[in-house]
Design a protein around this ligand. Structure first.
Ligand SMILES: Nc1ncnc2c1ncn2[C@@H]1O[C@H](COP(=O)(O)OP(=O)(O)OP(=O)(O)O)[C@@H](O)[C@H]1O
Ligand SMILES: [Mg+2]
Length: 289
């Protein structure tokens, strides 16, 4: 399955490849955190060891979504007080016991982290490199927009899923983010996940709109990964501080995220890019960032 051996050229470390998937968006509030949570639970249900990195450092909330209150977070790591292994906490358990979700929490409301300095970025990457917990899939829940933290975490990930809703502002903001990531950071592959769609045709129309402009003006192709129905049960689950997939497994939106998870499982892209190790190579190996 994901058990792929990779040899990093400069470090000659042979290790299991972790699949690193960033969930991002142009506009805020489009459902990234809910999607990161539910997708993690889906993968864990498939027996995978999943970790969520809360990369919305200024205004994090994956812990709130899961109803947990971690004592420490990334801020303590950046301050040199803790290692990642000391801040990681258990997220929701998975019934069959095979998989699990672990969470690397961020601090909420810390202005200093909203715009990471280059030194802090380096610290995060080296902390991730030292961190040797066995993880099959790392889901990175980013903030929204084209700010430095968002592009940094997208660049660090092998795969980028851009969440977009059918609203015109969400579409234009997603396009702006894709434009920055492709022209300034050389990213070529983006997956589009349409959230809060009224149905399949609404979602496809949304995808068509964004993909037409990307194709024409950026000369990159976007991959459609699926859609989630606009479902009031998502908000209901949020109020219960649980993922909708746990709370309402039979809901349409849960079927939708399952289909998305399955599609991702059947289409692992770009394994060669190699997770966080790739990124360190880029930093220390002199490849242009
Ligand atoms: N498919 C859906 N149907 C209905 N409501 C949804 C759906 N997905 C998300 N929501 C609601 O949208 C709101 C925003 O969701 P969420 O916090 O996951 O977005 P976000 O993109 O992570 O936001 P931010 O940019 O602030 O991090 C929440 O109230 C959530 O319940
Ligand atoms: Mg969020």
């Amino acid at each position: 399955m994901m058990e792929q051996m990779t040899a990093s050229t400069d470090r000659l470390k042979i290790q299991k490849a972790t699949r690193v998937i960033a969930i991002t968006s142009g506009k805020g509030g489009v459902g990234k955190t809910n999607i990161a949570g539910a997708l993690s639970l889906y993968f864990a249900g498939q027996g995978r060891k999943v970790m969520i990195l809360d990369a919305d450092l200024g205004l994090s909330n994956i812990d709130v979504l899961f109803g947990i209150s971690p004592e420490f977070n990334i801020e303590n790591v950046l301050a040199g007080e803790k290692r990642l292994s000391e801040i990681v906490v258990d997220g929701p358990g998975v019934a069959n016991g095979a998989g699990r979700v672990r969470i690397l929490p961020a601090s909420s409301g810390s202005e200093g982290l909203a715009n990471l300095s280059e030194l802090h970025k380096m610290k995060i990457l080296s902390a991730l490199d030292e961190f040797d917990e066995d993880v099959d899939i790392l889901i990175v829940d980013t903030g929204a927009g084209i700010a430095g933290n968002v592009t940094f975490f997208c660049e660090a990930s092998q795969e980028i899923i851009v969440v977009v809703t059918p609203e015109p502002t969400s579409i234009t903001d997603a396009y702006a983010l894709i434009k920055v990531l492709s022209t300034n950071y050389g990213e070529r592959k983006f997956r589009i996940l349409v959230n809060m769609a009224s149905g399949a045709s609404d979602a496809l129309e949304t995808f068509r709109r964004i993909s037409l402009v990307a194709d024409r003006f950026l000369n990159i192709s976007l991959d459609y990964v699926g859609f989630l129905t606009n479902d009031p049960l998502v908000r209901k689950a949020v109020r219960r501080q649980q993922s909708f997939l746990e709370c309402f497994p039979a809901a349409q939106v849960s079927k939708d995220i399952t289909a998305v998870g399955r599609a991702l499982q059947n289409d692992p892209v770009n394994q060669i890019k190699g997770g966080v190790q790739f990124f360190l190579r880029r930093l220390f190996g002199g490849v242009a960032a």
